[in-house]
Design a protein around this ligand. Structure first.
Ligand code: GLU
Length: 472
């Protein structure tokens, strides 16, 4: 519980505001809002000579599409309400970006950074076995993925445990996404959420009329960026904003402090520094601040990316932020009361259910790859390469000129899996932004992008029930 309530309160308030704006009938409202099923279980795991009890959850919010989908969080502070709220966000996120899954989320109450790897492995395998026995995992039932405190390694353990238990399930790789590429994963999944944050922000910043209101020129080039949280989401987002967007990352925050360099932090040098196992706070290329880590949010910038925990932007600091745009990489970083202040101050908020949907989008690609049993690009790559080659030859022949080597490097190679994944993600983020922006333009009752995002998502979920004839 923070100063501005819990995450579940925030999600319900956001949902209620959007349902009212689209005049969703009360029965449908109740049906869509509530979490359909939550399991909570305790299980024993050997830790040295002792037996420790752990608590795990898996929530399935909506079954309008199958399977249900969402990450597994390992954290000391997690509880059932948080898991339910995060599962609900997954339903709306998937609907918004046209990923045909219901929403789910799971968690284990454990500190993954203080737990030995062998214990984490036993916890993960036992947790998977519990989900299996309760029918809360399976390629057509419920498909976990990484979230805070978990990654490729945990997904590989889950996939292996499921495979052992399901015996001859041909699609067993599709029981979980975010796996290592060598074990049924897909190229580009690790960077996907951070890359989606970039594509979504770039799309928003390309609209001249919207940027004018923020007193910004269109585009990400030369803009200043602050990132709170340098985990999987924040790190990739920062790097892509700099390399592909030409932006300047001026501050990075972690749980124990933050670093600032107004000229832009050299992220390649920072990577080398971190590779030696050192904290970002000891990095020579920036000034460290350790007194109040949350103050990173108040560093002046154009784009602020909260990519850490929920409830970071509250009524306590909303008036102190010095950014033009908030790009929500984390789930639920802004409380509704804080958002009201931000909107009054003219700050544009790109909502989590849109902006961090890149992870689940590429998870969807991974799942289809697993179900299809074929790598993207395998069938068409050579065909494309041949066609591109012939086009180059025809252009050279017709013009009598030779295409130079740098240009030629782009042609004649066809698309690899990574090219297809990135292009699919980019298209998804652009399309969803268009839908959201259009909802905002068309309805006077919708005044901000979050309400627009929820409205678009809720309408899609509601119409999927209609098509089943449940609500004649
Ligand atoms: N945990 C991520 C999220 O919150 C990814 C979920 C998934 O890929 O299923 O969106």
């Amino acid at each position: 519980m923070t100063q501005n309530g819990t995450l579940i309160d925030s999600v319900y308030r956001q949902f209620d505001a959007a349902s009212a704006a689209i005049r969703l009938p009360e029965d449908l409202r109740r049906h869509i809002r509530e979490c359909n099923a939550v399991v909570e279980f305790r299980f024993p795991v050997r830790v040295g000579k002792r037996i420790e009890m752990y608590t795990g959850w898996r929530a399935e919010h909506s079954h309008h599409r199958k399977p249900t989908k969402g990450g597994i969080r390992y954290s000391e502070h997690v509880d059932a309400d948080e898991v339910r709220a995060l599962a609900a966000l997954m339903s709306f996120k998937c609907a918004l970006v046209n990923v045909p899954f219901g929403g789910s989320k799971g968690a284990v109450r454990v500190n993954p950074y203080k737990t030995p790897v062998d214990v984490l492995e036993r916890i993960t395998r036992r947790y998977t076995a519990e989900l299996f026995n309760k029918r809360f995992i399976g390629p057509g039932i419920n498909v976990p993925a990484p979230d805070m405190g978990t990654g490729e390694r945990e997904m590989a353990w889950m996939s292996d445990t499921y495979d052992a238990m399901s015996q001859s399930d041909l699609n067993s790789f599709a029981c979980v996404t975010g796996k290592p590429v060598s074990q049924g994963g897909i190229a580009g999944r690790t960077e996907a959420t951070g890359r989606g944050v970039f594509y979504g922000t770039r799309e928003a910043m390309s609209r001249e009329e919207d940027m004018k209101k923020l007193k910004l020129t269109p585009g990400t080039e030369g803009k200043t960026v602050v990132v709170q949280g340098y985990g999987n989401v924040g790190r990739h987002a920062a790097q892509i904003f700099r390399k592909e967007g030409g932006a300047k990352v001026v501050a990075i925050g972690e749980w124990n402090g933050f670093i600032v360099n107004r000229d832009g932090i050299d992220l390649d040098a920072l990577e080398k520094h971190r590779a030696k196992g050192k904290s970002i706070l000891d990095f020579k290329g920036a000034k460290a601040h350790t007194k109040d880590p949350s103050k990173v949010l108040e560093v002046p910038c154009d784009v602020l990316i909260p990519a850490a925990l929920e409830n970071q932007i509250t009524t306590k600091n909303a008036r102190k932020l010095k950014c033009k745009l908030i790009a929500e990489g984390a789930n639920g970083p802004t409380t509704p009361d804080a958002e009201a202040i931000l909107l009054k101050r003219g700050i544009l908020v790109l909502p989590d259910i849109y902006l961090n949907a890149g992870g689940v989008t590429v998870s969807y690609f991974e799942w289809t790859k697993n179900i299809g049993h074929i790598r993207f690009g395998r069938m068409g790559k050579r065909l494309e390469a041949g066609r591109e080659h012939r086009i180059v030859q025809a252009v050279e022949k017709a013009t009598g000129k030779t295409i130079d080597e740098t240009d030629r490097a782009h042609f004649g190679k066809g698309s690899d899996e990574i090219d297809i994944v990135r292009s699919g993600l980019e298209g998804t983020m652009i399309e969803a932004y268009g839908e959201m922006r259009e909802a905002l333009r068309r309805s006077k009752r919708i005044q901000d992008l979050r309400t627009a995002a929820f409205a678009v998502a809720i309408k899609k979920i509601a119409s999927s029930y209609d098509s089943l004839g449940i609500f004649p």
